[in-house]
Design a protein around this ligand. Structure first.
Ligand code: ZN
Ligand code: ZN
Length: 54
């Protein structure tokens, strides 16, 4: 696990907010898996970047 979620320490983060410098997991963003490529930060509402570059 490269980066744990800010709010779920046992969960790997899938998203990164460059504005806040936060790593967030899918639970924090949205439970809807149909929109996993369009995530927004729950704090600042900026677009999130994928935490893991593949
Ligand atoms: Zn989380
Ligand atoms: Zn943010």
């Amino acid at each position: 696990m490269k980066h744990p979620c800010k709010y779920h320490p046992g969960t790997e983060a899938l998203w990164y907010c460059a504005y806040d410098g936060l790593y967030l997991c899918q639970q924090c963003v949205d439970g809807d898996e149909d929109h996993r490529m369009e995530a927004r930060c729950l704090l600042c509402n900026h677009d999130l970047l994928p935490a893991v570059q593949s």
